[in-house]
Design a binder for this molecule. Structure first.
Ligand SMILES: [Zn+2]
Length: 203
């Protein structure tokens, strides 16, 4: 499926979710399970946060075999995440990658708190996540203005998502080549916990 068609399918599914017109029951039937028993060809890759309020298949109203989902707190990029996306694109034929942050992200909030208070100590595992988000927060803060922490958080979430798109491209020759050849789109998006709506970021 072409990336534009994949994007349309995702956004249409999200619209159904927002309007309570889901079809997902049909797409997760035992018949569908049988159809998929030998192979998979997910039409999109979703890289998003592990937050329990944003299960990708539900909010895009998709079923079994539709989405290749990579979830990690704060939707941060690390080598395993890059490899997972590469696998879906190269071996399963997905032509769209959506990096999706979300409102009220706890991981980005933690990164802001740690930036504000250097005395906060985190475990090595948590630090690894927070340290990948902090440069985005620091960039937002240093961009100036006497904004509230709520505004900094919102901008930090968007910046962290944009950085995710950039890092995927920077760290993967496979993805870069596909994008340059016009066969793959990598886009940033934001999910609203409040409305259920997915909005594309200005990339
Ligand atoms: Zn989150």
């Amino acid at each position: 499926m072409k990336s534009q068609d994949a994007l349309k399918r995702l956004l249409n599914g999200n619209e159904r979710f927002v309007e309570n017109k889901q079809q997902i029951v049909v797409k997760s039937s035992s018949q569908r399970r049988e159809e998929l028993s030998d192979s998979q060809s997910p039409f999109a890759v979703i890289l998003t946060c592990s937050d329990s309020r944003l299960p990708a298949e539900i909010l895009f109203d998709q079923g079994l075999g539709d989405l290749f989902v990579v979830r990690v707190a704060g939707n941060v990029i690390n080598p395993e995440v890059v490899g997972s996306v590469e696998f879906a694109v190269q071996s399963l034929g997905s032509n769209l990658v959506l990096v999706m942050g979300h409102t009220k992200c706890g991981a980005v909030t933690a990164a802001l708190e740690c930036t504000r208070d250097p005395s906060i100590r985190l475990s090595p595992g948590l630090s690894s996540i927070v340290d990948r988000i902090r440069p985005s927060i620091e960039r937002v803060i240093s961009s100036g203005g006497s904004r509230s922490d709520d505004d900094i958080l919102d901008d930090g979430i968007a910046e962290n998502t944009r950085v995710g798109v950039e890092l995927l491209l920077q760290s993967s020759e496979i993805l870069r080549e596909k994008v340059n050849a016009g066969n793959l789109s990598i886009l940033g998006a934001s999910y609203s916990i409040e409305s259920g709506k997915v909005s594309l970021l200005d990339n």
